[in-house]
Design a protein around this ligand. Structure first.
Ligand SMILES: [Zn+2]
Length: 167
């Protein structure tokens, strides 16, 4: 699985322009094949994000899922074109957000930690998750970031924050 390409394609997917045919095929066909073991797939221990920051440990999985959904929406359409692979990823991310709130009593829209919350924020902004009111959750997360609430009492990595906010 070419993660570097995934993250590059996901960056393109956030912009108004279309994906190249080769990138669209990569997203539609290659990725679901390469990650056929998902959700138990063997993920890298560390990733270098094209936006200039590195991620290691548990948040790697969240950044990968976030990139998959950004790229998947662009290549397949708003509801992932009914692709079982991308719909599973969408479900996993959404249930993660719900569990954090209803199970752990975290603020609405937050994920397990600061980095994972920054990883999923662009999805909320984009309305990528069908299971809840993305805009309301995005607003709530934005408030946490701006006011230094919850895990944001510690300032995030500046490049990661800029990437998350689309700055
Ligand atoms: Zn986390």
């Amino acid at each position: 699985m070419d993660y570097e390409r995934l993250f590059t394609v996901a960056e393109t997917a956030r912009k108004p322009k279309k994906l190249s045919t080769a990138d669209a095929t990569f997203v539609k066909t290659t990725i679901p094949k390469d990650l056929a073991d998902y959700p138990k797939w063997k993920r890298p221990a560390k990733i270098k994000h094209p936006a200039g920051f590195s991620v290691s440990g548990a948040p790697v999985g969240t950044f990968i899922r976030s990139a998959l959904l950004m790229a998947g929406r662009k290549a397949l359409g708003g509801r992932y074109g009914g692709s079982p692979f991308y719909e599973q990823v969408e479900k996993d991310v959404s249930f993660g957000i719900m569990r954090s709130h209803f199970h752990n009593d975290y603020p609405k829209g937050a994920y397990c930690c600061q980095q994972c919350t920054l990883a999923v924020y662009p999805l909320l902004e984009a309305g990528a998750l069908r299971y809840f009111d993305n805009k309301a959750l995005a607003k709530n997360v934005r408030r946490l970031i701006d006011e230094g609430g919850w895990r944001f009492a510690t300032a995030p990595n500046a490049k990661m924050l800029d990437w998350s906010l689309g700055a």
